[in-house]
Design a protein around this ligand. Structure first.
Ligand code: CA
Ligand code: CA
Ligand code: CA
Length: 467
């Protein structure tokens, strides 16, 4: 496991960017929420990573044509020595760890080749025997950082090890549909870690590797007093999503739940109608879990079950203008789903006594009734879809008043909203349909939400399947 420090590494080329530009965000990538991102497709093999890609790194002129690894040794060494600035070398820094070739810094772009490197490390999320290279990184300050091999040509595996050169802290093989690796995690200032670039299944070749501080979300509210009074004035407009936000500035915040449970994110403003989007992960661009819109009558809300210390990123956007707002994140003692059995037989959402627990992306959280503003009530049910390969089913919720039906992935309201359908109809006959195919097999929570504060809604489920 421990690398022999005497081994020569010939082909490393190290660049240190002249300055780290945190604003260098690819707008085409940053403006999409998880719901439309290709990186949402299915689970990835990485651990402790977010599935989204925020920043495109410039792999430099050398990595795209693959000629850098063919540089004469002398040239490679010269360029490496040019990079040895005060960030990575200096009298106050300790001697290099025994298992690494050199030291790197945040903002540095490293390109190189594992072609003639040794195979000293085996990372848990990779397979086989690939040549690898190891770097030491002394964390400049406590923050979340993104480590990526985006732009590499080999099938990379990326690992973070402790300074003992052996204890693996994070590992990423593939993120999204690609073969490259990404790790997003919090590092403590002055920590010394070993970063390993390995080849999966024996793959060897050119790689690019970069470390950047995560700049979206802008603010981490973990442990800060809530509600938080904030403003979108002066914010950038780089994001929009299913619930809106185009053309208006937004604010982004990270938050980690102190304990596992159901949490409600709510935003209210007198200055604008908020649109909030909740994504998984410590950086913007993760899977869109849910979104909500608010108006003068009721705040925008998203409520989900979070594991303890599970980072989420919230974008507070606007559908009309900018200004100050109040963000609250409150633990809920409600059970979710609210019902223990699957929906079957006639039910009633009582206008005054049913609970408001969840909220939909495709209809407002609440409105103003006879007694003033308030949230809509909802019932939620476990739902297991287990269809044969040629089967398909239509779930129809029929009702005597308008309602919204939506479906969350998972068993306890932890997952993303995968479908949201407002009922259509008139008089006392309304209907909302959701279709399931074998590709949808899995566990869900089915939510039925009233869209009237003052009247109860009677509803029932009709399931029609074809084989
Ligand atoms: Ca290896
Ligand atoms: Ca890979
Ligand atoms: Ca926006």
């Amino acid at each position: 496991m421990v690398r022999d420090p005497s081994r020569r590494f010939l082909w490393l080329v190290l660049y240190v960017s002249s300055c780290f530009n945190p604003d260098a965000v690819d707008p085409a990538v940053s403006e999409s929420f998880g719901g439309t991102s290709p990186t949402d497709a299915g689970p990835t093999e990485e651990t402790e990573t977010s599935s989204g890609g925020r920043t495109s790194i410039d792999a430099g002129p050398s990595s795209s044509d693959g000629t850098e690894s063919g540089l004469p040794t002398a040239e490679a060494s010269t360029r490496a020595s040019e990079s040895e600035g005060s960030a990575t070398e200096g009298p106050d820094l300790p001697p290099l760890l025994a298992c690494v070739e050199t030291r790197v810094s945040a903002g540095a772009e490293i390109v190189g080749s594992t072609l003639d490197a040794p195979d000293d490390f085996t990372l848990t999320c990779g397979a086989g025997t690939g040549n690898d290279l190891a770097y030491e990184w002394i964390v400049p300050r406590t923050d979340y950082y993104r480590l990526t091999t985006e732009g590499s040509s080999l099938d990379s595996v990326l690992g973070v090890l402790d300074a003992d050169c052996a204890t693996e802290l994070s590992c990423s093989n593939n993120v999204g549909n690609g073969l490259q690796s990404e790790i997003v995690r919090r590092f403590e200032g002055d920590d010394r870690v070993v970063l390993v670039v390995d080849g999966n299944l024996g793959d060897r070749g050119d790689f690019a590797f970069q470390i950047d501080a995560v700049v979206c979300p802008e603010l981490d509210l973990t442990g800060q007093p809530l509600p938080a009074e904030l403003s979108t004035i002066g914010g950038v407009n780089e994001r929009e999503g299913r619930c809106g936000g185009a053309g208006n500035p937004e604010r982004t915040v990270r938050w980690l739940a102190p304990t596992a449970g159901l949490y409600r994110f709510s935003v209210e403003s007198d200055a604008f109608d908020p649109a909030i989007h909740l994504e998984t992960g410590a950086q913007c661009g993760g899977t869109l879990v849910g979104c909500g819109t608010g108006n003068g009558s009721y705040p925008a809300e998203v409520t989900r079950y979070l594991e303890a210390n599970e980072p989420v990123s919230l974008t507070i956007d606007s559908t009309n203008g900018e200004g100050t707002f109040s963000l609250d994140i409150a633990a809920s003692a409600d059970a979710c789903p609210s019902q223990s059995d699957e929906l079957g037989g006639p039910q009633t959402l009582e206008a005054n006594t049913s609970s408001h627990i969840l909220s939909a992306s495709c209809s407002p959280t609440g409105s103003t009734g006879f007694g003033g503003p308030g949230p809509f009530v909802d019932d939620s049910y476990p739902l297991n879809i287990d269809l044969c390969p040629t089967c398909a089913c239509v779930y129809s919720i029929t009702s005597d008043a308008p309602l919204t039906v939506y479906v969350l992935r998972g068993t306890h309201c932890e997952g993303e909203e995968v479908e949201c359908v407002p009922s259509t109809g008139s008089g006392s006959e309304y209907e909302a349909e959701i279709r399931f195919s074998p590709a949808d097999n899995g566990d869900y929570v089915l939510v039925v939400e009233s869209r009237n504060l003052d009247f109860s809604v009677n509803y029932d489920l009709l399931v029609q399947c074809v084989a």
